[in-house]
Design a protein around this ligand. Structure first.
Ligand SMILES: Cc1ncc(COP(=O)(O)O)c(C=O)c1O
Length: 415
């Protein structure tokens, strides 16, 4: 049986609450993939903060407002010492674009990125985004692509993966005539397939780029604000401190708000260049950002990401005993992926099964996940942080039933 024709297009959304989305026909979906509505869709405190500020004043960033200062202070307080200068923008792409400008103003030109990375849709950020879904991109000569540290796919240990990546980076840095401006990587690689950085990788890569006069940029656009559970910021899990951090998606809980956080030294190198951004850091955006950060603290959402994330990942990982098509389950906190293979011994990717799961779970269980990774054979899960253990059970049961359906010949994939 092939149900491809019955699979609907994008959901026409009407409203949402917490971890649930309602479509225009009144159907309720468990949202397991929305890392924008971080503290829960339409969180009442965030809605109120935005409405109150909108009724008071909202204007462009040519004016000073307490909210900007308060939010910058709050962000700086949440990060390691040297990261103390904040610049507010409206999207992750703008944040990474500005990070590149800061890094290049600091001195050099070449930017090292990781294969399958996605850092944004502007010309400058696409130029460091070898992610095949939005490509093909001909990377310019001042972008250098490094291997994706995906030890599962390469069939090596995590420790060996680190050695290989560090050796490659060392070799490229010493063989190129031009020095690096920066090395940029997500603290957990999302578009590349929810790849957890192997132990020691981030610290050693940061050390290498600095030895050659470049800066370390951590893209926390997807992973920041407590999603990884044990820490507020993903790079903290690796005992590494970048020179520039970029933030986005979850910051405004759906309201456009992003930021670049950096050191005084890096900011000072760009002092002569005026940066103007009409909407960046407007009073409403900053009111929202402040409330989002307060809600994360008040509701223990980082701790919930840690505990409910661990519980849910275990439930999904346990399905591997029953379904040989599950090759790997990996992630941190409430950010994880389940990789499907045709054969566990060869790890041949099964993109068709990943697509089937996504479609079947939506149609038959009203559970929303998405697919990703270079081979599109990983289903990714990154729900709002108010996700409950019961939601985790619903998610795992839906994956289980989708795989059982596929094994019995039912195929919802559009491939
Ligand atoms: C890791 C990462 N960086 C940057 C961006 C760009 O963010 P935006 O779409 O807000 O411009 C994205 C968007 O998906 C992303 O996943």
């Amino acid at each position: 049986m092939h149900y491809a024709d019955s699979v609907a297009g994008p959901i026409k959304v009407a409203s949402a609450q917490g971890q649930y989305i309602f479509d225009s026909d009144g159907n309720r979906y468990l949202d397991c993939v929305n890392n924008v509505c971080h503290v829960g869709h339409c969180h009442p405190r965030v809605v109120q903060a935005a409405a109150q500020q909108l009724a008071m004043i909202n204007t462009n960033s040519r004016y000073m407002h307490d909210n900007v200062v308060r939010l910058a202070q709050r962000l700086a307080d949440s990060m390691p010492g040297p990261l103390e200068v904040c610049i507010f923008v409206n999207s992750g792409s703008e944040a990474n674009d500005l990070a590149l400008r800061l890094a290049r103003n600091y001195g050099q030109r070449d930017v090292y990125c990781v294969d399958q990375a996605y850092h944004g849709h502007t010309a400058a950020t696409l130029a460091i985004s070898p992610y095949s879904k939005y490509g093909p991109v001909d990377l310019p000569s001042d972008t250098v692509k490094l291997m994706l540290p995906d030890h599962y796919r390469l069939g090596v240990s995590a420790e060996r993966m680190t050695e290989l990546c560090v050796a490659e980076f060392e070799w490229l840095l010493s063989s190129r005539e031009t020095p690096p401006a920066a090395f940029i990587v997500e603290s957990l690689i999302c578009c590349g397939g929810q790849v957890v950085l192997p132990p020691g990788y981030l610290r050693q890569m940061h050390a290498l780029v600095r030895q050659h006069g470049g800066l370390a940029i951590a893209d926390e656009v997807q992973v920041g604000f407590g999603r990884v559970g044990d820490h507020m910021w993903g790079f903290e899990a690796h005992d590494a401190t970048p020179d520039i951090v970029t933030l986005g998606k979850p910051f405004g809980n759906g309201f456009p708000l992003s930021a670049v956080v950096t050191t005084r030294a890096v900011a000072d190198a760009s002092r002569d260049v005026e940066y103007f951004n009409t909407f960046g850091g407007n009073p409403v955006a900053c009111a929202v950002g402040l409330e989002v950060m307060q809600v994360i603290a008040d509701e223990g959402l980082r701790e919930n990401a840690r505990d409910t994330g661990r519980y849910t990942r275990t439930l999904v990982a346990n399905l591997a005993a029953k379904h040989a098509s599950i090759g790997d389950v990996r992630g941190m906190g409430l950010l994880f992926g389940c990789e499907f293979v045709i054969d566990r011994s060869t790890r041949e990717p099964n993109a068709r099964l990943a697509d089937h799961c996504m479609q079947w779970m939506r149609a038959e269980r009203q559970v929303l996940v998405s697919t990703d990774g270079p081979h599109r054979n990983v289903i990714k899960m990154k729900p709002p942080l108010c996700f409950t253990p019961e939601n985790g059970e619903t998610l795992a049961a839906a994956i289980d039933d989708a795989l059982t359906a596929y094994a019995s010949g039912i195929d919802y994939s559009r491939r």
